[in-house]
Design a protein around this ligand. Structure first.
Ligand code: KIV
Length: 262
């Protein structure tokens, strides 16, 4: 997958995307042939047990990106720019995004933010760094918001989000994540720009969809927002496997002759 492939998909076919944080999962995603794999800052909650994504560092994303990139031959890999990594200055942002590309091995970076990020994004694109935008719910703003909620329900917010999408497109992003906004607004945004929109909790009119991989597998059953569809209850499968293993060791059923050396 390359950026031209992603751009060409708009209006022709849906883009299918997920997140990965490890070699094993990245290999699976690559084998299945999804279009884009995101090394999201969701790794903070999904892998490291943080209560939100703001504690994730650039080094964390680089560390996980290396494993994902090593395993993945087929997907376009995007690395998330974590909390504060784009806030200090254009120079600092260029350095941080450059590290994610060169050390992490990703093909592009994702930046949360609206029009205020446009000039920064232009500078990255000018330097040859592809950028994916991210509008709607900004999980990196959780300390200010207090809770995660659907964005863009008010008339002014709708107008602002459409304008922001256009500003980010003008700045040079190659695709735009729309998180937790009404489907009708996602449709308006999708029709207003010529780059693909990728929805998460943004309904069916987006040009593609992304779901966090651990949500697809139901690995955290206690966390299930409305937009998440669990495609396989891997949590229960893993729990059963561990219980079976525990029982068999305690009852001296495992290891048997088949699993022992003569
Ligand atoms: O970090 C992440 O997984 C994301 C997705 C929700 C798009 O940003």
């Amino acid at each position: 997958m390359t950026i031209p492939h992603i751009l060409e998909a708009k209006g022709i076919r849906k883009l299918v995307c997920t997140t990965a944080y490890t070699f094993t999962l990245s290999e699976l995603v690559s084998d299945v042939g999804l279009d884009i794999v995101l090394v999201g800052d969701s790794l903070g909650t999904e892998i490291h047990g943080y209560k939100n994504t703001v504690y994730v560092t650039l080094d964390d994303v680089i560390y996980h990106s290396k494993a994902v990139a090593r395993a993945n031959q087929n997907c376009f890999i995007v690395g998330d720019m974590p909390f504060l990594s784009t806030e200090v200055s254009v120079e600092e942002t260029l350095k941080n995004a450059g590290r994610l590309i060169l050390e992490g091995g990703v093909d592009a970076v994702k930046i949360e933010g609206g029009s205020k990020k446009a000039s920064l994004i232009s500078a990255l694109v000018e330097a040859g760094i592809p950028v994916m935008g991210h509008l709607g719910l900004h999980p990196q703003k959780i300390l200010q918001m207090g809770k995660y909620s659907v964005q863009g329900r008010q008339k002014e917010d709708k107008k602002r989000l459409v304008q922001q999408a256009k500003a980010l497109e003008k700045a040079g992003i190659f695709s735009l994540v729309l998180e937790c906004i009404p489907s009708s607004l996602a449709r308006t945004i999708t029709q207003s720009i010529s780059i693909p929109t990728i929805g998460i909790g943004a309904g069916k009119y987006c040009d593609g969809q992304i779901l966090v991989s651990t949500d697809i597998f139901g690995l955290r059953p206690q966390f299930k927002p409305k937009f998440v569809k669990i495609y396989a209850d891997i949590h229960s499968v893993m729990k059963k496997a561990l219980n079976d293993y525990k029982k068999e060791v305690m009852e001296e059923i495992f290891p048997d002759d088949e699993h022992s050396y003569k």
